[in-house]
Ligand binder design. Sequence first.
Ligand SMILES: [Zn+2]
Length: 247
Amino acid sequence: MHKVYLRFYEELNDFLPKEKRKIRFEHNYIDRTSVKDMIESLGVPHTEIDLILVNGKSVNFNYLINDGDDISVYPVFESLDISGVQHLRPKPLRSPKFIADVHLGRLTRYLRMTGFDVLYKNNFSDEEIIRISLNEKRAILTRDRGILKRTEVTHGYWLRSTKVKEQLIEVIKRFDLKNEIKEFTRCIECNTKLKKISKSKIINELPPKVAHWHNEFFICPSCRKVYWKGSHYQKMLRLIENVKNDS
Ligand SMILES: [Zn+2]
């Protein structure tokens, strides 16, 4: 039996049992493995990790562990600037786009409502999600850690909360999106960008009260859903204010 010492930092502790959180602990192993496999066997998907130090030096995921190694594992943390070390994540995705797993329909709608590009289908398979994520450079949002442990996955995030508003805040924090929020720019139903449309063109489709009180309208060029800044819009603005204050 061989042993190493491990310490996980910040939100990586969310994946560990209580007794292993925020402390350096001893871990025993029989067969020599890569540091990636050892870390994932403890429950932490590699997509959550940006930096691994072994005995004070940065290593990549393929590093083969040695008896007695002292391993520190750091999360993806946008504002952490450690130069001269080997970051494990490929460059952060600019203006991030997402693909959500089948359980995240409500979060998808909230993210689209705040302007973010999110693909979602309630029957996506894991293989499709991974393929689209790689082809279109979309970060995977999921409640399933298994998919994030797949070696080919490069960008992803495991949602901690099951509550949709907390999930929205998590995503905005993790991908540093606070200043990227553009409400009322994307169709909640189908992810297409909205266009302005003049009232005269759609007046026959509007409920009479809406036609009376509103003058500014948007339409989804794809599914033809019409949007206006009614009471749902006021609610959304309040939600966005809360999210900005919380994140
Ligand atoms: Zn649409």
